[in-house]
Design a protein around this ligand. Structure first.
Ligand code: ARG
Length: 467
């Protein structure tokens, strides 16, 4: 293709009017973004078609030129999609690669496309369109992950497991309740995604370089054609800001943080020592030396991807920090961070959805663990408050003595003979044994949002209706 053979010594054909010679090779290398922004080709072409159509509608270019431009752009779209397009680094970025090819295809009419716009509003448009689509994809993927958890929660609304604080056995909970905790987290992540879509739903095209334009353009028309709610209101802000990208990265970082906690739990739960879950073969790997091993590599990688996403967020915040208005070339560094984070996030959500759907839950192991570690001690204290009228602090103390006694006898609380319990407090009766089982413990926690199976089912119904 002609433009790829451009002599490096001649000045740039797009902006080189005042330049006597072309850029140094290093200048070209540091300046070019085509290596990564070619990902924006579809958005760039869509934006240009909407822009050219508006220019013709407003009488700024002729209908004939518009037809040629639109036809040429569609040809370029299929060339790129079918891999028959040669990208040139000398042409810097996706915008100039497309425009140069358009000139080759349709001749002088191509030169009219860039009327009343700049690469500054063009790149703001392309990138916003891309981020918007990525947010929409993320929303769907989170819905899938939530659905996977709802199924597991329903299946295990009554399965008892130990609940932890400090990773020490705290109180029995149901596995369904634990699953629903993640539904709440990913539900909030999804609502953050929806808000971000609302924030960025304004069309940048027509802001031009930074000051708007003297041509009688119709920004409402292009906004509508490109599926935006309305045009942006301030042309300086439009070409300056990348907060929509930073918002995407923030959401990715928060979602990644949630995913990494789940990943960590899966790593712990799938150890032979815990044995709460068994990952499917599809989401685990073997060891090349230790034949017995089944490693939770996917969960570990999800945990690690979170670090990478955080890096992208901090990178873009740092790139944007302190930049004077309006556009500076620093902002070209925005895209790789977002592309990399988006890829990591998609993979992480997909891998987690698969793991959650496929893993086998060992309810017997969970139940056995739930009963160990004196997990129903709080239930004994609560019984003393309710049935013997003790203040909670005293009940806590009495229960502590019962736990110490059970510990010294290497038995559970429920295995202590009534005489032993009565020696600690005379008001204890044999009715107390009814609250010392893990099933009774979880069933009693019916407070709104609590772990009782009836409450978990209510939570599931709530989310089913909105998922
Ligand atoms: N490749 C550039 C970017 O990604 C496009 C905008 C260039 N604008 C300019 N005034 N040099 O930011």
């Amino acid at each position: 293709m002609a433009e790829s053979k451009t002599d490096t010594k001649s000045s740039n054909q797009m902006w080189g009017g005042r330049f006597a010679s072309g850029p140094d090779a290093i200048m070209e290398e540091i300046n070019a973004s085509i290596g990564f922004d070619k990902k924006l080709f579809a958005q760039d072409i869509r934006g240009s078609i909407a822009h050219a159509t508006m220019l013709a509608h407003q009488g700024i270019i002729s209908a004939d030129d518009k037809d040629k431009i639109v036809h040429g752009l569609n040809t370029i779209l299929s060339e790129i999609e079918s891999g028959n397009f040669e990208f040139s680094r000398q042409l810097e970025d996706i915008h100039m690669n497309v425009e140069a090819r358009l000139a080759t295809l349709i001749g002088p009419a191509a030169g009219r496309l860039h009327t009343a716009r700049s690469r500054n509003d063009q790149v703001a448009l392309d990138f916003r369109l891309w981020v918007k689509e990525e947010l929409e994809k993320t929303e769907k993927m989170l819905t899938g992950l939530i659905a996977a958890f709802l199924d597991r929660a329903e299946e295990h609304a009554e399965s008892v497991m130990p609940g932890f604080t400090h990773l020490q056995t705290a109180q029995p909970v149901t596995f369904g309740h634990h699953c629903m905790a993640y539904v709440e987290m990913f539900g909030r992540d999804r609502s953050r995604v929806r808000h971000a879509i609302e924030h960025l739903d304004e069309s940048p095209i027509g802001a031009a370089a930074l000051a708007g334009t003297g041509y009688p353009i119709d920004r409402h028309m292009t906004a509508k054609a490109l599926g935006f709610r309305e045009p942006t209101r301030n042309s300086i802000d439009t070409v300056s800001d990348r907060d929509f990208a930073i918002e995407f990265l923030s959401i990715a970082a928060i979602t990644g943080m949630h995913l990494s906690r789940l990943a960590e739990e899966i790593v712990i739960w799938s150890t032979p020592q815990f044995g709460f879950v068994r990952l499917s073969d599809a989401f685990s790997t073997g060891s090349s030396i230790m034949p017995q091993k089944k490693n939770p590599d996917a969960a570990e990688l999800v945990r690690a991807k979170t670090g990478r996403i955080n890096g992208s967020l901090v990178a873009l915040l740092t790139i944007m920090k302190g930049l004077p208005l309006a556009y500076s070339k620093d902002m070209q560094e925005d895209k790789e961070q977002v592309f990399d984070a988006a890829e990591s996030l998609e993979l992480a959500i997909a891998a987690m959805t698969g793991m959650v759907r496929d893993m086998t839950v060992n309810t017997a192991r969970m139940k056995a663990a739930a009963g160990s570690g004196y997990s129903t001690a709080t239930d004994l204290a609560d019984w003393l408050v309710r049935e013997a009228g003790l203040p909670f602090r005293d009940a806590h103390h009495v229960t502590g003595r019962a736990v110490a006694l059970a510990e010294s006898k290497s038995c559970d609380l429920a295995e202590l003979p009534l005489a032993d319990l009565q020696a600690i407090h005379p008001d204890i009766t044999d009715k107390v044994y009814g609250v010392l089982t893990v099933e009774a413990s979880v069933a009693s926690r019916k407070s709104f949002g609590g772990t009782a199976p009836s409450e978990v089912r209510r939570q599931i119904a709530f989310w089913r209706a909105r998922n």
